[in-house]
Design a protein. Structure first.
Length: 271
C-alpha cells in the first residue's frame, strides 16, 4: 500500500508516533528530497533510538519528475510498503502527493494519509481571526499581471485567506497590500515551530515598521476576510443578461474570469 506521511515543519518534536512507525517499517520511501528524508531518519535513530529497516530504498519524487514517474508506475509497485514524504509538512499542500493519491484511486491501490504538522492551519489558528471560514490560496505568481490578478482574487475572496510567500518577495507583498488594502488586517507567521518563530499582526504598513531587515525564513500570510462575499459578486450570467453588444460582454467576462477576450467573444457568438 501507499502511506502519505507528514513530517515536522521545523520542530522535530512534532513528529507523531504513527509517522515514526510508518517511516521505520517502509520498504521504499518516495521523497521530495532524499537527503532531507535521510537526515530526518538519522535524527529519529539518534534521538528516539528507533529501529529502521536496514535495506530501505530511497527514490526521489518531486514536482519536476512526478508526472513522468507516475506514467511509468505499475500497481505491483505497491505490493511493498511504500511511503511518500515531502521535505516538511503535509504532502499535497504546495508539495507533491495528490497525483499519487489519484493514481491509487484509479488503479485500486490501497492508500492512507496520516495527519500531522501543517503550516497553513497553524498560522490560521494563531492569527486570531474569528471568521472560521478560510481559503488556502498557496503561492502567488511571482510577477506581472498574473500576480496582480491573483492578489485581487485573494483580497476579494470573502474568506480569511492564507498565502505562502518566499522571503525574497515578502517586502513586495507588503507593499502591494499597503497599496491595495491599507486598512486590511493581516497576520504574518515566520519560521513556524522553529527557533526564530515570530508573529506579526496589524496592517501592512504597521507590520513593515515591526520587521527587521532579516526576512529570511518561511512565511505564512493570513489576510482577514473582506466584507464583500463571493455570493454577491457579479457573475458571467449576470453580464449575459445585460443588453450589451457581445464584444462588450466578452471584455467584461474576461475582466472577471481572466479568459482571453477574443476567445470569449468567439464563444459567445456560438451561444
Amino acid at each position: 500500500m501507499l502511506t502519505l506521511v507528514p513530517t515536522p515543519i521545523g520542530n522535530i518534536g512534532d513528529i507523531s508516533l504513527r509517522a515514526i512507525e510508518a517511516l521505520s517499517s517502509a520498504d521504499t520511501l518516495l521523497c521530495e528530497d532524499t537527503r532531507v528524508t535521510k537526515k530526518l531518519i538519522h535524527i529519529l535513530k539518534e534521538r528516539y533510538s528507533t529501529d529502521f529497516k536496514s535495506d530501505q530504498n530511497f527514490i526521489s519524487l518531486h514536482s519536476h519528475n512526478e508526472k513522468e514517474f507516475i506514467t511509468k508506475l505499475e500497481p505491483s509497485f505497491f505490493d511493498q510498503n511504500v511511503i511518500y514524504v515531502s521535505d516538511a509538512g503535509m504532502p499535497g499542500i504546495s508539495d507533491p502527493g495528490q497525483a499519487l493519491v489519484k493514481y491509487c484511486q484509479e488503479m485500486g491501490v490501497v492508500y492512507d494519509v496520516l495527519p500531522g504538522a501543517n503550516a497553513l492551519l497553524t498560522a490560521f489558528v494563531a492569527s486570531g481571526f474569528v471568521d472560521t471560514k478560510m481559503l488556502f490560496w498557496g503561492f502567488l505568481p511571482h510577477k506581472g499581471k498574473e500576480r496582480a490578478v491573483s492578489l485581487q482574487g485573494a483580497l476579494g475572496s470573502g474568506f480569511t485567506t492564507i498565502l505562502y510567500e518566499s522571503p525574497h518577495r515578502l517586502a513586495k507583498l507588503l507593499d502591494e497590500l499597503s497599496y491595495e488594502e491599507p486598512k486590511r488586517e493581516i497576520f504574518l507567521a515566520k519560521e513556524l515551530t522553529k527557533k526564530y518563530q515570530n508573529y506579526y499582526f496589524g496592517t501592512a504598513d504597521e507590520i513593515k515598521h515591526k520587521l527587521d531587515a532579516n526576512l529570511r525564513g518561511e512565511w505564512v500570510v493570513v489576510i482577514s476576510a473582506s466584507k464583500a462575499q463571493n455570493s454577491s459578486a457579479i457573475t458571467q450570467n449576470d453580464i449575459l443578461e445585460l443588453d450589451l453588444p457581445k464584444k462588450v460582454q466578452a471584455k467584461l467576462i474576461g475582466k472577471i474570469t481572466g479568459e482571453n477576450t477574443k476567445a470569449c467573444y468567439e464563444r459567445l457568438l456560438k451561444l
